[in-house]
Design a protein around this ligand. Sequence first.
Ligand code: ADP
Ligand code: MG
Length: 386
Amino acid sequence: MTQDILYHRPALAERLSKLIMQVTVGSAASSGVFLAAPRRTGKSTFAREDLRPALEAAGAIVLYADLWKDLTKDPGEVIVEAIQEAVRRSEGFISRLAKASGMDKVNVGGLSFNLDKIGLGKGIDLTQALVALSDESKQMIVLIVDEAQHAITTDQGVAALFALKAARDELNSSKHHGLRIVCTGSNRDKLAMLRNSKDQAFFGASMVQFPTLDEDFIEWFCANLDLQHPLDPSQVFPLFQESGYRPELLGAAADAIRFDFALPDKDIPVRFAALVRAQADELNGNLKKVLHSLTPIQSAVIRVMSAKGEDYAPFEAATLALYGKAMEQAGLDVGELTVEVPGVQQALIALQEKKLVWKASRGIYAVDEQVIVELLRADGMLEGLG
Ligand SMILES: Nc1ncnc2c1ncn2[C@@H]1O[C@H](COP(=O)(O)OP(=O)(O)O)[C@@H](O)[C@H]1O
Ligand SMILES: [Mg+2]
């Protein structure tokens, strides 16, 4: 007997699927829908297990590109592969013709191509491939790009986004059956970079705060745990909140209890709470250690970046002055010494290597995770730097 070890959210999936597929007056859904929520809170699981089936049930062809699955691959290539794969899978004329010809070369309307030629700057572009898929299937196509912010870290990724924009504009014209692009991401600020400025591919797309797993999930979790002593959902939910809504922390604590044969049954709930808290503290503790081991200039740069958020401009005179202020606050006598651009550049590189800072291909920086900003703020390290 296999038990379903996932908690499903069909109502949410259906609501989102409507939002994505149906264009109503004033809706920006055809420009794209962005879903943001912190890491490890269940975005990919939901996209694959709930949203995808809901979109398919509503009549769409769904393509899924996970830009984090294989970090050695260029994000642009991952997007192209998802499209190649869909074309290859389609029962339609493209693969029929390919099989009939005994080669992967296909001739359509005077256009000769093979499947490997689908790509950026290759024989056949993404628009042509998606148009063929759309016309053949007469279905709407939904492309889910998971951890989409990763695309703007490489030139090929940026090119893929612009190719998708062109394809979207063509397929959403009345001649075809529509293309919707759904982007998920762990960081709202980074995702926002894909749509905030007019030269970005998804200008105007809707940003949706993706709901975290809720009390119903905790009910389900407690009901299915099968420990020697039941857990009370009303006590577990606050623990879940404390651990940043990450199901894995609860799962790991439950596992530790299952293997602790010396633990009296009645002590299970208290022990569970202690284990979850210890893990959450450990995660933050490691991050704090990294933050406390920064050089003065590195620390100044990440603090100013955290305080400034979207307005952060690393090399402006006013920002350089703020770095100086941050170093003085840390007890350093900067005196007449000014912070200079090369020093800041080096600090930014070091911070990227420590995975505290993230850089988009066009030289825009963001703090890697919101939790870093929160830790610094809680320690009073951002005061006077905004
Ligand atoms: N609906 C769910 N039911 C049970 N466990 C879940 C569910 N969603 C996520 N998880 C657990 O949380 C972990 C992180 O989920 P994931 O979807 O990878 O998060 P994200 O994509 O937001 O980083 C998964 O490995 C899984 O164990
Ligand atoms: Mg994910």
